[in-house]
Design a protein around this ligand. Structure first.
Ligand SMILES: Cc1cc2nc3c(=O)[nH]c(=O)nc-3n(C[C@H](O)[C@H](O)[C@H](O)COP(=O)(O)OP(=O)(O)OC[C@H]3O[C@@H](n4cnc5c(N)ncnc54)[C@H](O)[C@@H]3O)c2cc1C
Length: 165
């Protein structure tokens, strides 16, 4: 899915991947052949392919400075994200020209619940499970948030999380 945060993304460091295609053939995808985009890659289009190896190209740096940066980023996450509850991360993709969490917050939806599924009070971009939420609760909450944001801003929030089954 080309995970990314704080101006970084896997696309910037993956040089090549090796994968098994649907028939079990070992194949290789070099750089652009991985077709990375915002939260996507060629592997999203081919769920039957399995990555077995990836070659990453990292820049050398000062270990102490790298550790400081890692700690800083981890700290920023702890401060802003509801990591004390289960979630699937950011529920919605960033709509062009907006931030999903900001739009949801501006609709006054922080804390909105369906059963035990809730729009996090800490970060409105995260829908959390406060304990015992069902898939139906979560889907209903996602739909409610999408409807309210569309009505208020004319923006269609698209799911970043994948719903399976
Ligand atoms: C608190 C929190 C914060 C998050 N913050 C961010 C963020 O800032 N930025 C961001 O981009 N994401 C973020 N995420 C989402 C995160 O990137 C995904 O949850 C994670 O990448 C999923 O990987 P996984 O291996 O855990 O899940 P899995 O469900 O195992 O895999 C995810 C997908 O990859 C496929 N897959 C797994 N292994 C292979 C393989 N070997 N070959 C081919 N396909 C494979 C699976 O079929 C599935 O479709 C966050 C998630 C949480 C919970």
């Amino acid at each position: 899915m080309n995970a990314g945060a704080y101006d970084g993304q896997m696309a910037l460091i993956v040089r090549r991947t090796e994968y098994l295609d649907g028939e079990g053939n070992l194949c290789m995808a070099e750089g652009p052949e991985n077709a990375f985009g915002y939260r996507k890659s060629i592997f999203r289009d081919h769920p039957e392919w399995t990555i077995v190896r990836a070659e990453l190209e990292l820049a050398e740096g000062d270990p102490a400075a790298i550790l400081l940066k890692m700690n800083d980023l981890a700290q920023r996450r702890r401060e802003k994200q509801p990591l004390n509850y289960p979630s699937a991360g950011s529920t919605f993709k960033r709509p062009e020209g907006h931030f999903a969490g900001q739009l949801i917050e501006q609709c006054g939806l922080k804390g909105l619940s369906v059963g035990a599924a809730q729009v996090s009070e800490k970060h409105a971009g995260f829908l959390i499970n406060r304990g015992g939420a069902t898939c139906a609760d979560m889907l209903k909450l996602i739909e409610t948030v999408q409807n309210r944001v569309r009505e208020a801003f004319g923006v269609q929030l698209e799911c970043e999380v994948r719903i399976i089954g």
